[in-house]
Design a protein around this ligand. Sequence first.
Ligand code: MG
Length: 231
Amino acid sequence: MATNVSGPIQAVVFDLDDTLYLQETFLDAAWNVVAEEAARGSDVDAARWRERLTYFSDLGSDKGGIIDRAVAELAPRVLIADLVDTFKSFRPVSLDLMPGVRESLAQLRANVPIGLITDGDVEIQMAKLSALGLTDSFDVVVLSDQAGREFRKPSPAPFLQALDALGLEAPNVVYVGDRPDKDVLGAHGVGMRAYRVRTGEYRATEGEIPPWREASNVVEAISELLGLIGS
Ligand SMILES: [Mg+2]
């Protein structure tokens, strides 16, 4: 449905994690804080906690149970719930965008409206935007968890919400994201063109359907999109 459309590009909507910044930078900072807390409540030092938490996280941050597995291995009497609370309440002070992203977004926004769709705990995602200095960088921001976890990408709901807020039709909007299973499938499902970027945890993962286009990072994607927009 989406692969044949070629209307003018009237807006570009982005994913956040692993598209505009590396999620690993957020997770590493969060695991540091959890490791310190776990060390205070056990005979195992923070470095060892950090090593195991990072190890399980690297096996797949989406799989969950990272804290549970580290606790089971290192100190089964430590209370998992307390560490989960520590993780959930972690708020980064600052996070780095990938190189050139701020300038590229500003250049694109000078030509077309830009939006953001992000999954995850609403307060954490808002804190990431603040730590990245992106709070006022988009015309439209959709936090899919505000409607409920069942409306996370690839649900059509957050994509339709963004289109509605932009007042545009799907064929005229390009969606840029890193994950084939969430970003490419979700955008394709509502008829948007999906631009895949090969950054972050899923950079080597192949998807079920080919994206409209792909690039090695978001700055390259924006550069190409600017050429297509005719700026
Ligand atoms: Mg992502």
